[in-house]
Design a protein around this ligand. Structure first.
Ligand SMILES: [Ca+2]
Ligand SMILES: [Ca+2]
Ligand SMILES: [Ca+2]
Ligand SMILES: [Ca+2]
Length: 130
């Protein structure tokens, strides 16, 4: 013997949340990247911080750092990293040339890299004490 639900009951079940659609391209780990984005990047769709550096995958992509490299992440103190950071090539140390991508400590003690600010004017003050 078969039992049939009255057709008027089906919409009611949906309204109660008994019928749910699953979005295969959802942002399941809530890191700001859809599953398709994570597949393209190679990040883990079940882990918001694929490389374990303390920054979630979406924030790293938004700030042009590598979500798969633990040593590459946004600056703690909010320095804006430019998208051209990986395209800059040093040409020399003379006036008009592009300097090497040297690193320095900022006033907060964090190491910053010159080429991360490739689309900004950078004013540097050097000093040496003996
Ligand atoms: Ca995600
Ligand atoms: Ca992720
Ligand atoms: Ca990360
Ligand atoms: Ca990273």
């Amino acid at each position: 013997m078969r039992a049939y639900l009255p057709f008027t009951l089906l919409p009611a079940l949906g309204a109660m949340g008994c019928i749910a659609q699953v979005d295969a391209d959802a942002d399941g780990d809530q890191d700001g990247l859809l599953a398709s984005d994570e597949a393209a990047l190679g990040t883990d769709p079940g882990n918001p911080d694929s490389d374990g550096d303390g920054w979630n995958d979406g924030d790293e992509v938004d700030q042009f750092t590598d979500p798969l490299a633990e040593t590459d992440h946004p600056y703690q103190n909010g320095w804006k990293i430019d998208s051209c950071r990986d395209d800059v090539e040093a040409t020399g140390q003379s006036e008009g040339e592009v300097a090497n991508n040297f690193e320095m400590l900022d006033q907060f003690g964090e190491t910053v890299k010159l080429h991360d600010f490739c689309d900004q004017v950078v004013y540097m003050v050097f000093a040496a004490f003996w």
